[in-house]
Design a protein around this ligand. Structure first.
Ligand code: FE2
Length: 426
């Protein structure tokens, strides 16, 4: 639809005319008329407030978000929310209140993957299944060594629908930091596909080798069958059949040949493998994290457990020991990050639009930092950093990698208001 056609339709019910450089102050009535004409939901066209470069919350501000959770008839948790932009899923701090004598009642799990870190001051128990054994009920430990306790405690990555719950392991308090990030497939599981389509997707997708199912589907989507693929690629029909029946493999050269024939990207279709245990969890005792300790820029860092299944969800312990550098902005990440000060007194530095800013941070304070924002820390203390893809995710990265003439697109594409170049009738 061109703009003049659109305005003609809009004028039937309003005295408003839309110009592309005049979209800031449109009244509610006109907005409703516009969405009727375009047949789109309102949130497609109402403005998104730009995310700030960072959001700081002091410990006191975080304390004010405290809310109790009752489970199994007892006051089970207190939840606190860390700062994040409007509409984002935020990490939570959770007080563990279930007493050590009581087996904590399991939750139902959730679609969203998560990273969880034991924060102390005491060890707690973490439970992962109905049946209790060494593997499903374990001490979620705190690092007791003051020399290395910037690596605060044990931590793990939790996949979709992994059951979990916690109880105290002592008479003292325990706390966790849990980041259940947004799932990229949430809309798919909601109503993006209709019931009929979703059922067919579930039926035609092999849960063990979904990559092979989607390749087979892409072959069919493009009007090929295995016979024509075999003929054109010289990969034998028998081998192709075995591959899609999960009874054989294809080498990368053969996979490339098929993808070249149907003109698609072979990298999506490789067989995958992941570091995980038999419930899909990837667990790091604090000692496992400590083994990864290394120097990075002006910090010492250690890895928090993550998974290649959720490439955007990653975590680090950071030790800050630097009183020399002014305006220390040695960090820049493609993902946005949540920082929680776990020890000491530090200063957060940022450089936004060539302006330096500073914030003093103490234990319990937290800050959210946007993607591609120069920042850093000085002082003496420790932080937990958990990053995720809500500001910029790996699927968007793949799309940018695939974009033709990226240089020009990056320049032109930002808030592009140039029309398609059709003639305007006057
Ligand atoms: Fe959870």
């Amino acid at each position: 639809m061109s703009l003049d056609v659109f305005n003609k339709m809009l004028r039937k019910n309003t005295n408003h005319e839309i110009q592309l450089d005049n979209l800031e102050n449109i009244d509610e009535y006109t907005v409703n008329e516009i969405i009727k004409i375009l047949d789109i939901p309102k949130d497609y066209i109402i403005s998104n407030v730009e995310v700030p470069p960072y959001i700081y919350n002091s410990k006191d501000q975080i304390e004010k978000t405290k809310r109790p959770i009752v489970r199994d008839g007892i006051h089970f948790y207190n939840y606190y929310t860390l700062p994040s932009p409007k509409g984002y899923v935020a990490p939570v701090l959770i007080d563990i209140l279930c007493p050590k004598e009581k087996l904590p009642k399991l939750n139902n799990g959730h679609l969203e993957p998560a990273i969880t870190v034991s924060l102390g001051p005491n060890d707690i128990y973490a439970r992962f299944a109905k049946k209790i054994n060494k593997f499903t009920f374990l001490k979620f430990k705190i690092n007791p060594d003051p020399k290395t306790n910037w690596v605060v405690g044990s931590n793990y990555y939790e996949p979709s629908y992994c059951l979990h719950t916690y109880s105290r392991a002592t008479n003292g308090p325990g706390k966790i930091l849990s980041y259940t990030t947004q799932s990229n497939t949430e809309k798919l599981f909601d109503s993006k596909l209709n019931e009929n389509s979703f059922n067919a997707l579930s039926k035609t997708t092999d849960p063990d080798k979904p990559n092979r199912s989607f390749l087979m589907q892409d072959i069919l989507n493009r009007g090929y069958n295995l016979e024509t693929v075999a003929k054109e690629t010289k990969v034998s029909l028998n081998k192709l059949k075995k591959y899609f029946d999960k009874k054989g493999v294809l080498n990368p050269k053969e996979l490339n040949k098929i993808c070249s024939l149907i003109n698609t990207d072979p990298s999506f279709y490789n067989d995958k493998s992941y570091k995980e245990d038999k419930i899909g969890r990837y667990y790091y005792d604090y000692k496992d994290s400590l083994k990864t300790a290394r120097k990075f820029k002006s910090y010492e860092v250690a890895t928090i457990a993550g998974s290649a299944r959720s490439p955007d969800l990653t975590g680090l312990f950071l030790k800050v020991k630097n009183n020399k550098t002014k305006n220390n902005c040695d960090l820049l990440d493609s993902n946005c990050s949540h920082y929680l000060v776990t020890k000491g007194n530090i200063e957060f530095h940022s450089r936004v639009n060539d302006k330096f800013e500073k914030i003093k941070m103490n234990e319990g304070d937290s800050i959210w930092v946007a993607s591609y924002t120069k920042h850093g820390f000085t002082g003496f203390g420790a932080l937990i950093k958990i990053s995720d893809g809500q500001n910029f995710n790996y699927l968007e990265k793949i799309d940018l990698i695939n974009t033709y003439n990226l240089r020009k697109t990056l320049r032109r594409g930002r808030k592009d208001k140039v029309n398609w170049g059709y003639d305007t009738k006057k």
